[in-house]
Ligand binder design. Structure first.
Ligand code: FAD
Length: 558
């Protein structure tokens, strides 16, 4: 076994484990911080600094050239940074007392020691594959590395499969479903939880699920795979419900598990959220070891809680901070808001901050508001509906989180909202944001401003709202409610809430006598706007308790 422990006199040696988002960023920042340090990166896989976020698009063919995924090579790292990158080299042990790591060259099988002054751990997280009966099988894949994606592409090219099952409806599952459909396969998504896109609230996820079905994807929620059936390859997946889904290909995207073995074996502290514990300088419980990326925990900046949020943005920023500090600099990474975006078959869904479910779990008192606005002026061609849900702290009107779904302009709105969140803004600030407007880009009342109007109306107590779930709960409890549908009779005829009376908004003033002002009243329409008008009208006409169904029927369907 060789020994590469000896550094040069007075020269810092920085060793980085993992050479993708966090690791590559750490190494490059370390160089910019200390031009004279020796910097060595060990990467277990065949590629350094590859674009894992682009893998589903490579499977789908939108990214046609494999080389476009390979952002750097060991040679380019050496040329630009004088950083030694060793691919197919796995770090198998950290000797903290000796300040060295044991490395296995996966090509030759030889091991050697490499000494360090500072160590950066960026080993990421591995794709979880449950131990289903029927594994291993040649047509069951994950989408984590370039070779994974090559394997899917090769199977499609060689076997011309017709059907695919994607297990898990998180971001990668959704993107993979699109990729496979683009390749001409009929896709079934199987999700064990009761909804797709589980990081969104159920009433927002329903919009995504509806879109998937409209686009021809079969969606099965609330059902889990129990085994894989077939001969030399999987031919069907069996579900807990007893259903058997025939398939020619399975892609598993049920989440990732942080790579903790090295850290655990070395006795580094693992946090309660299940990631390597680090401070805001990305320092682990050992002051000469730093960590970054999917293997670590981060602070959620709305709740202050430690969470794991395996995303590329935080991994890159953490890597930069870890690399700087490992090289003697002083940078901090405060935490994350959990901002994320996904596109599936033309629909874009994005979120930042807390969902209503997360706000409830954090014990916060909050209100939600929904708005459905066009992404730009309706009279300019191509305007599409955008759905926006805000989560707002009750009492302070502070924005806690936002979810946006639509076909265009979602990225811009979520980034405005993420910035508002970082600035600690209230919804009463949102309604006065001075955002850019011309008809092709937005409306004079931008969807974010519109959401601010509605949420601020609630925060100021101008209008009381009820969510669909609250309304259902009250009806189930037998509450005495006067339910008024203020849509047109034609809309009412297409379906309405049980027990509702139809009084279209334009007739409401003349038909007030048909309603009882003493009874608690809930008004509703399709999206919440006519309901809002009706609620204001009734409130000023002697009705004591009036609520508008937040977001209307659009977010209140089974
Ligand atoms: P990784 O990028 O996973 O890198 C860790 C590396 O460490 C691996 O290459 C591994 O081989 C290596 N390693 C592990 N252990 C050792 C060892 N002992 N010795 C040597 N090397 C080791 N995030 C977004 O924000 N937006 C997206 O659109 C998005 N899309 C994604 C799509 C896909 C298909 C995937 C898989 C991920 C996506 N992500 C996305 C998540 C994002 O890619 C990760 O959060 C990010 O790459 C994490 O960076 P990391 O450096 O912590 O880990």
């Amino acid at each position: 076994m060789g020994d590469r422990s000896e550094g040069h006199e007075g020269r810092r040696t920085i060793v980085v484990i993992g050479g993708v988002a966090g690791g590559a960023g750490a190494a490059a920042k370390a160089r910019r911080t200390d031009e004279h340090a020796e910097i060595v990166v060990f990467e277990r896989g065949p590629h350094v600094s590859f674009a894992n976020c682009g893998l589903p698009m490579y499977v789908g063919g939108e990214i046609a050239r494999r080389d476009d995924l390979l952002l750097q090579t060991p040679e380019s790292f050496w040329r630009r940074f004088r950083i030694r990158v060793h691919v197919r080299h796995e770090v198998v042990r950290i000797d903290r007392a000796g300040r060295r790591v044991e490395v296995r060259d996966l090509t030759s099988g030889a091991t050697f020691w490499q000494g360090y002054t500072a160590l950066v751990l960026a080993p990421g997280a591995g794709a979880i594959v449950p131990p289903w009966p029927g594994l291993p099988a040649p047509n069951v894949f994950t989408v984590k590395t370039v070779p994974d994606s090559d394997a899917i592409r090769a199977w499609i090219a060689e076997r011309s499969p017709r059907r695919a099952v994607v297990v898990g409806a998180g971001f990668i599952g959704l993107e993979t479903a699109e990729a496979l459909q683009r390749r001409g396969l009929h896709v079934t998504i199987v999700e064990a939880l009761p909804q797709v896109a589980p990081t969104f609230d159920a009433d927002v996820a329903v919009l995504i699920e509806r879109h998937l079905r409209e686009q021809g994807v079969d969606v099965i929620t609330g059902d889990a795979i129990t085994r894989l059936e077939g001969g030399t390859a999987v031919e069907a997946v069996a579900l807990a419900s007893g259903k058997l889904i025939p398939t020619d290909l399975v892609v598993v995207s049920v989440g990732v598990r942080p790579e903790l073995k090295l850290a655990r074996d070395a006795g580094l502290a693992i946090g309660a959220a299940g990631g390597i514990a680090v401070d805001d300088r990305q320092r682990t419980s050992d002051p000469s070891i730093f960590a970054a990326g999917d293997a670590t925990e981060v602070t959620h900046l709305v709740t202050g809680a430690k969470v794991r949020l395996p995303m590329a943005g935080p991994a890159n920023k953490q890597g930069r901070v870890a690399g700087c500090n490992a090289a003697g600099g002083d940078m901090r990474f405060p935490g994350v808001y959990g901002t994320a975006i996904v596109e599936v078959l033309g629909l874009v869904a994005a979120r930042t901050g807390l969902s209503a479910r997360e706000a409830a779990a954090a014990g916060l008192a909050f209100d939600v508001s929904y708005t459905h606005s066009l992404d730009h002026a309706g009279y300019y061609p191509g305007a599409e509906m955008m759905h926006l849900k805000l989560v707002v702290e009750r009492g302070t009107a502070r924005l806690l989180g936002a979810q946006v779904v639509g076909e265009r302009g979602v990225d811009k709105r979520i980034d405005v909202l993420a910035t508002a969140l970082a600035a600690g803004m209230k919804v009463t600030d949102l309604e006065n944001l001075d955002l850019a407007y011309a008809p092709q880009f937005s409306s004079a009342k931008d969807p974010v401003v519109m959401a601010g109007f509605v949420a601020a109306n609630v925060a100021r107590g101008e209008i009381a709202t009820v969510t669909c779930a609250e309304l259902r709960g009250r009806v189930a409890d037998g509450a005495d409610l006067q339910l008024v549908d203020v849509r047109t009779p034609a809309e009412f005829a297409t379906g309405h809430l049980p027990g509702a009376r139809s009084v279209p908004i334009d007739e409401l003033r003349d038909r007030l006598g048909e309603l009882d002002p003493a009874r608690p009243t809930v008004v509703y329409c399709k999206v919440g706007f006519r309901g809002y008008l009706a609620a204001r009208l009734l409130q000023q006409s002697g009705f004591g308790a009036v609520e508008n169904l937040s977001g209307g029927l659009l977010v209140c369907q089974e």
